[in-house]
Design a protein around this ligand. Structure first.
Ligand SMILES: C[S@@+](CC[C@H](N)C(=O)[O-])C[C@H]1O[C@@H](n2cnc3c(N)ncnc32)[C@H](O)[C@@H]1O
Length: 500
């Protein structure tokens, strides 16, 4: 048996040069490789050949673990294809596989391997529909801007996908790898990947998610609850997730969701099966994958379904604040003058309240007589929402209401770090605005967002998925809160929302 990794784990000791960084050579450790391989399940006859793909192979640790797993499951005919762009690693992969062959020489096992020292994303039509297993830890780096991406994607997707000889359709290499692996798998072939979590919700990954969820069954996901990087050589913080997809098979009604603190999979390991209806949600030509890390998050996804309204049918629009501070240099000042127009930014938005004062020397204002150079917003009961939450902040969403009585000027500057929520037909009443801001500040919505996205950014496309109480209910909530003399806090908001 191959269980000891030490022989093959002779990762080249070369200096971590810029090129290595560009290729994202962050290697999986042995425990991770074994754990990922444990997701492999096969229902072919034992004498049939199992074809394994390791794309971005590094020193071949994942292929090695997958071979071991297939042997454990009783399969004796195995063929492995390894793609690695770095020619320095090719010798290592070769010697590792020679070592495996030697180890297996006495067993009645037939193992073949093919190493491709080339860019995996160079499409090879011969590999289409040919693998039983793809096991990958792909490089993650941006490939192009989102705008180019959408144009390029649409063009390529419209043409016959199989004719292209370079597959780089999405904004990040890791999703290109996942997508091509899916193409290379045969019917009911399985893709086991460790990647950043970003593809499960971000707008840039919409087309990829649609393809993935249309063409495969999401069978299992594994999360790491520790916020530290799980790749020792990678100081960059990434929230990583292991997923298993099965190609060409209808989505299971239950999806397995497991979690461990880190790579010690025996410690604090939890696992449960959750309904696909809870984890995969379609919303206006998009599909989102929710990953509730705890019961409160799972409950929030479910509870929000009881509300029947949304931004669309309540005629609410979400816009980014129009003032970009670095483009408005020379027009802004911390010294306030008579008739200065307040500029509201992240720091002015607290739970329910906008705090800006002409006496606060940190608050910004727009210089008098320059307002025509900037797009200002007419003062009304608008809801403001921070677009970014500070890392490790206890709250993901912080929303406040502009109280028109607090400001002398008729117009306000709103920074692009804030989102504005306003009503399309007529202005919010004060109660509606406070009700909506309170709802957005609730623990329910916070938990929903944590399950939806690993990012601390609050994106418009994610906000639009929210179900909302009716305007009448929001108004009741706002009224109740404003009547409360001792002010607002999280408990009061949650308690009042629970009574709706
Ligand atoms: C994150 S490492 C993972 C290595 C190995 N699979 C593991 O889990 O330890 C990604 C690997 O992909 C290789 N790589 C990067 N871009 C590639 C490309 N376009 N085609 C093939 N290999 C690539 C890198 O050199 C690196 O070895």
């Amino acid at each position: 048996m191959l269980t000891d990794y030490s022989e093959i784990r002779k990762i080249h000791k070369k200096k971590f040069s810029e090129q290595k960084r560009a290729w994202c050579q962050f290697f999986s450790d042995e425990a991770l490789a074994t754990f990922m391989a444990s997701f492999i399940k096969l229902n072919k006859e034992e004498n049939q050949t199992i074809r394994i793909l390791d794309a971005g192979a590094g020193d071949a640790i994942l292929a090695y673990a997958a071979v071991q797993r297939c042997l454990d499951l009783g399969y004796k005919n195995i063929e492995v294809c390894l793609y690695e762009i770095d020619k320095d690693l090719i010798k290592l992969i070769d010697s590792n596989f020679k070592f495996i062959l030697k180890k297996l020489s006495k067993a009645k096992t037939r193992l073949k391997y093919h190493i491709f020292n080339k860019d995996f994303l160079n499409f090879d039509p011969q590999q289409i529909n040919s693998f039983d297993i793809a096991i990958i830890n792909p490089p993650f780096k941006k490939t192009r801007s989102s705008k180019q991406d959408t144009v390029a994607q649409n063009e390529v997707l419209q043409s016959c996908e199989q004719k292209i000889n370079k597959t780089s359709l999405y904004t990040n290499h890791y999703v290109d790898f996942m997508s091509l692996c899916l193409d290379y798998l045969n019917h009911s072939g399985q893709l086991i990947s460790i990647t950043p979590r970003s593809f499960t919700s971000g707008a840039y990954f919409k087309n990829f998610r649609n393809k993935l969820l249309k063409e495969s069954n999401l069978e299992a996901m594994h999360l790491f609850s520790s916020r530290k990087s799980i790749f020792k050589s990678n100081s960059i913080y990434q929230e990583n997730i292991i997923c298993k997809f099965i190609k060409g098979v209808k989505q299971n009604s239950l999806i397995s969701l497991s979690c461990s603190a880190d790579m010690d999979f025996n410690k604090s390991f939890t696992q449960k099966k959750l309904p696909n209806k809870l984890l995969i949600k379609s919303f206006v030509n998009d599909n989102f994958i929710f990953i509730p890390e705890n019961n409160a998050q799972a409950k929030a996804i479910k509870e929000l379904q009881k509300f029947e309204d949304g931004f669309d049918n309540l005629a609410l629009s979400i816009n980014t604040g129009p003032v970009v501070p670095f483009r408005a240099k020379g027009l802004l000042s911390k010294v306030k003058h008579k008739n200065s127009i307040p500029l509201l930014g992240l720091n002015n938005v607290e739970m329910l309240a906008v705090n800006w004062s002409e006496y606060n020397k940190n608050d910004w204002a727009i210089l008098p007589n320059t307002q025509e150079k900037l797009k200002l917003v007419k003062k009304s009961s608008i809801v403001l929402l921070r677009r970014f939450a500070p890392k490790d902040s206890p709250k993901r969403i912080i929303a406040a209401v502009i109280n028109p009585e607090d400001f002398n000027s008729d117009f306000l500057g709103i920074e692009n770090h804030l989102n504005l929520i306003s009503k399309n037909d007529r202005e919010f009443t004060k109660y509606q605005a406070y009700g909506l801001a309170a709802f957005l500040n609730s623990s329910l919505v916070d938990n929903y967002f944590r399950a939806l996205s690993g990012s601390t950014q609050i994106n418009k496309n994610e906000l639009l998925t929210l179900r909302l109480p009716s305007l009448k209910q929001l108004s009741q909530l706002g009224k109740k809160l404003l009547k409360k003399d001792e002010g607002f806090n999280q408990n009061i908001i949650d308690e009042f929302l629970g009574c709706l």
